[in-house]
Design a protein around this ligand. Sequence first.
Ligand code: NAP
Length: 241
Amino acid sequence: MRILLLGGTTEARRLAGLVAGEHTVITSLAGRTTDPLRPAGELRIGGFGGVDGLAGYLRDADVDVVVDATHPFAATMSGHAVLACAAVGVPLLVVRRPGWTAGPGDEWHRVASLDAAAALLPRLGRRVFLTTGRQGIAAFAGLDECWFLARSVEPPTGVTPRNLEVLLDRGPFTVDGERELLIRHRVGVLVTKDSGGSAAKLVAARELGVPVLMVDRPPAPDAPLVSTADAAVTWLRALGR
Ligand code: NAP
């Protein structure tokens, strides 16, 4: 089969490695990262030009199946995939790692959006560890009363908070490292999207009694959904039979 794999996540890279020997896999990246980790198989970079552009690509590249393994917050791309696949009659599978759930000792405040997080933030703390990615930093630009340590893979673009220190890092992160970071910067509140995956920063926050401002995921796309790369392999095998 010819598989278009919408990527940008660990799960997408893992899936490409699992199926590239068996199928033709074309991983697609948005192009946000200047030096992306390269997956197995073929790689294309850049937007498709909306739903129509993606539908045209699926026809031209003779794609048999699309796997949307984008980040849970890449809602525009996921929505386009649903519409383009329906238009062209190509099956679609979504791979989404599970979100996080609070446990004993956690003080989490769930909000629906980055803007809602910015509105609530000053009441929770003034020294902020911001881990929403560089595209999420602008929402906090008006909060002059807070100090931010913002961690992202690439430097932020656009408006940023006045009191900002940027930490460029891609991870993976350890609980020891995250604990040390929170202590060294005297962090009073952690802001994160409910991305799922490694929970090192959440464990460190729990240990230190640091509250967490958690931005909820957008709704999952309307398509078959699995939570791991291995489950995606099983789904693809059944489709190929
Ligand atoms: P988005 O808002 O859902 O997408 C905006 C536009 O970017 C899409 O309409 C599409 O352009 C293009 N695009 C997005 N993902 C693409 C892909 N895999 N291949 C080709 N074009 C893509 O996406 P986003 O939130 O900016 O995320 C961009 C990429 O970064 C995604 O691949 C995602 O997996 C990864 N990522 C996102 C986050 C996050 O928090 N949002 C975190 C980590 C990684 P056209 O309309 O022109 O096709």
